[in-house]
Write a protein that binds this ligand. Structure first.
Ligand code: ATP
Length: 369
């Protein structure tokens, strides 16, 4: 087992800098997920840890040893890719043992490792099959098995579940979680899927355009995001953002007027200094934090466009037209309601927002606390 440390890691492709000085401490035995939109640099970071990509600046250490100039094979890591990269002409057993055999690992030890991997992944009955005789989920298990037999200090996963259908993805997610508990080994996992990140990670690293926006435990990111990007990225359906203006301040509370809701006002207590009167701000409200009319601190009227009934809850997609002079809009809101069949296109609804269950951001996206 080993910790992985990135200090001011920079990556340039030609003149383009795509990772701008990343600092990440992955603890021994921790499960850390790199998440972010397409092109944010998460795969490149992982490939630099693996040694598949040179680093342009900074330092990467695995188990306390700087590995900048260490070959991938000597880093004590094993990587699982999205494309399973299995040898088609070999059986599952041969696929699992191939790397060890090539390295001249003793036969008895190779057999022991392959047997253990097949038991952990419950693929013992598939050992004689070829990859084309396996389902997608079974192939991904074999790919993970090839990593397990190497007995690495660190597992690296690059979007390993992207090729699987939705049901299998959920199943394999649970398996990977179980594997982490069973092996207790450091794992770093790249995905663009925030649900995968939330369910797998001890800690999540949220990346955006080559910068780290925030590092934290899943529920800490959900409840206490550092900025609007993280607030909008973590959580499904997404947080709603309502345009507002500061119309007054009283001690550490600020009075907001919602731009698209007929002058509706909300008094929001803050722990720090309130923004200046006149400032345009954004109020963040999660779909589950809209309450029945009169139950919160500020009621707003919206018009339902579409309702999705999921059985356990319903999501109402509603909108409010931009008011004259509003600083944004028209606004689309996603509102979670108790399961119902009723609300449909064109319904007018009044919902309520609570000051304590909303977040405030300035125009640049920084949190106002
Ligand atoms: P995705 O989820 O789409 O795979 P990502 O976050 O993993 O995205 P990377 O693959 O790390 O993103 O790529 C980050 C940026 O670096 C992208 O803008 C990409 O175009 C660029 N990039 C990646 N590899 C190279 C390369 N070999 N040469 C030039 N640019 C590259």
């Amino acid at each position: 087992m080993a910790a992985v440390t990135l200090k001011n890691v920079v990556k340039r492709f030609g003149v383009f800098e795509i990772v701008h000085g990343a600092n990440i401490d992955v603890e021994d035995g921790e499960f850390v997920v790199f998440v972010g939109p397409s092109g944010c640099g998460k795969s490149t970071l992982l490939r630099m840890i693996a040694g598949l990509e040179d680093i342009s600046g900074g330092e990467i250490a695995i188990g306390g040893k700087v590995v900048n100039n260490v070959e991938p094979a000597d880093r004590g890591i094993a990587m699982v890719f999205q494309s399973y990269a299995l040898y088609p002409h070999m059986s599952v057993e041969q696929n699992l043992s191939f790397g060890l055999r090539m390295n001249g690992n003793p036969k008895a030890d190779t057999e022991r490792r392959v047997k253990r991997a097949s038991e952990i992944l419950r693929i013992a009955e598939l050992m004689k099959r070829r990859p084309r005789q396996l389902s997608g989920g079974q192939r991904q298990r074999v790919a993970i098995g090839r990593a397990i037999v190497r007995e690495p200090q660190v597992f690296l996963f690059d979007e390993p579940l992207s090729n699987l259908d939705a049901e299998l993805r959920v199943q394999m997610r649970v398996e990977i979680s179980r594997l982490h508990k069973e092996l207790g080994v450091t794992m770093i996992y790249v995905t663009h899927d925030q649900t995968e990140a939330m369910t797998l990670a001890d800690r999540i690293v949220v990346l955006n355009a080559g910068n780290i926006e925030q590092i934290g435990a899943p529920l800490d990111l959900y409840d206490d995001p550092a900025n609007r990007f993280v607030a909008g990225f973590v959580g499904s359906p997404k947080m709603n953002f309502l345009a507002a203006q500061v119309v007054g301040n009283d001690g550490n509370a600020t009075l907001l007027e919602l731009a698209n809701h007929g002058g509706a006002r909300l008094q929001k207590p803050l722990s720090g200094a309130p923004p200046a009167v006149g400032a345009e701000v954004v109020l963040g409200v999660r779909p589950e934090h809209f309450f029945e009319a009169g139950e919160g601190d500020c009621d707003i009227a919206v018009k339902a466009d579409v309702a999705e009934h999921l059985g356990s809850v319903s999501y109402v997609y509603a909108n409010a037209g931009a008011a004259p002079g509003a600083n944004a809009g028209p606004e689309e809101l996603i509102i979670e309601r108790e399961a119902s069949r009723q609300r449909a296109t064109g319904d007018h609804m009044v919902v309520s927002i609570k000051a304590g269950q909303s977040l405030l951001f300035d125009k640049s996206g920084a949190r106002i606390r």
